[in-house]
Design a protein around this ligand. Sequence first.
Ligand code: RB5
Length: 149
Amino acid sequence: MKIAVGSDHAGYRIKEAIKKYLQNHNYKFYDFGTHDEQPVDYVDFGEFVAKSVSTGNFSRGILICGTGIGMSIVANKFKGVKAALCHDEFTAKMSREHNDSNVLTIGGRVVDEEKALKIVDIWLKTPFLGGRHERRVDKISLIDEKNFK
Ligand code: RB5
């Protein structure tokens, strides 16, 4: 699993903590920035990460902004990207089991570092359940096909 990581200034600190977690757990990842707390536009970093997942260069993406909302809006504009904004372990688990999410977005001003790492941990470890959920996720892909013709 290759993970693309990105944030704006409001998500920078949580991104750095997530990078340490990924390093400690031997995940392969690339940091698309931002690289400090100077104000930047979340849209740019959301685009870098979502594009890299959409093209297949990375299998997963993790994006952090202040609320996680802007990043999820941007990421879901890209074909094949299923971005899920998760605020707790339950939504992180469901987003994998039911929605097969491939991009996780987190609000750096919503959750603390400890909670963010728990969200990342469960999101990375939880498999997609398939079954009845497969049919629903396939329907999402059909919408993608229509929109990106
Ligand atoms: C930046 O102030 C903030 O708007 C951004 O981090 C994010 O929350 C957008 O959705």
